[in-house]
Design a protein around this ligand. Structure first.
Ligand SMILES: C[S@@+](CC[C@H](N)C(=O)[O-])C[C@H]1O[C@@H](n2cnc3c(N)ncnc32)[C@H](O)[C@@H]1O
Length: 245
């Protein structure tokens, strides 16, 4: 497993630092062009993208995630914003963040709040969020999960958590280049530009989190989907008598 090397807050080392590339990356899926969509990975695998789900109402698994949120929540890579909206409806302050202008438009059209921003750029409420969400494979953003989790650490408040959707056990950590492939309703296959991406499973998350200075108190399942709730460990208690020595 190759873990990340980039310091949190700095742009990714190559390619993915280019916001335009990343914005284009999911465009066909965010535009809801009819057809089927996959992410093609440079290891030869492909992941079908549940684009209908992104554009639809919150599904049972997302309700399980929302139920864990107990305060202001940042939905990173919000896409069309179904989670941001579900959080808002549950009475939380919720803000979606996405590099895609189309994603932000769709989220706002649903009645939720979203900012058009790269997660690695300055964001509102840094250090004050109770939860940060990385759903639907978004741990892949930037292609370096250690750097992304490091960035999320900067965003959450003490005691806050980062809720991450994971791959089922078996894959480990994969980092590489991916691109969106779309099969249109009239049978034409189109492929977008490649960008840095990563996939992380429910076992490897422990090591990746540790390198990012976090722990994984819980891995949980909702239906067939896997999630981890990550936290910054509380500092070990030091006897007060040692203070000032
Ligand atoms: C796999 S899709 C997730 C869809 C979304 N969670 C939903 O429910 O519709 C990844 C999303 O992350 C966004 N994204 C990619 N890189 C990003 C970045 N650096 N900062 C913020 N959003 C980013 C993409 O534009 C896309 O909307």
């Amino acid at each position: 497993m190759t873990l990340g090397t980039r310091a949190a807050g700095n742009p990714p080392a190559s390619g993915a630092g280019d916001v335009e590339t990343r914005e284009d990356g999911f465009a066909a899926a965010l535009d809801r062009r009819p057809g089927r969509h996959w992410l093609l990975h440079s290891d030869g695998r492909r992941s079908p993208l549940p684009v209908g789900r992104w554009h639809g109402p919150p599904e049972p698994a997302s309700r399980a995630v929302v139920a864990r949120c107990a305060g202001p929540t940042l939905d990173v890579g919000c896409g069309p914003g179904r989670l941001t909206l579900a959080l808002t409806r549950a009475g939380h302050t919720a803000v979606g963040v996405d590099v895609s202008a189309q994603a932000v438009r769709l989220t706002r059209r649903r009645g939720a709040v979203a900012v058009h921003r790269d997660v690695f750029a300055p964001l509102p409420g840094e250090g004050r969020w109770a939860h940060v969400l990385l759903m639907d494979g978004n741990i892949g953003i930037g292609g370096d999960p250690v750097a992304l989790l490091g960035r999320c650490r900067e965003l959450v408040r003490p005691g806050g958590t980062v809720i991450v959707e994971l791959e089922p056990p078996g894959l480990g950590l994969w980092r590489g280049r991916s691109s969106l492939a779309s099969l249109s309703a009239d049978g034409e296959m189109r492929r977008g530009g490649a960008f840095n991406w990563a996939r992380l499973d429910a076992v490897a998350v422990h090591e990746v989190a540790a390198v990012a200075g976090m722990v994984v108190p819980e891995v949980f399942r909702a239906g067939r989907r896997w999630f981890g709730e990550l936290a910054v460990p509380v500092r070990p208690w030091a006897p007060s008598g040692r203070a000032g020595r």
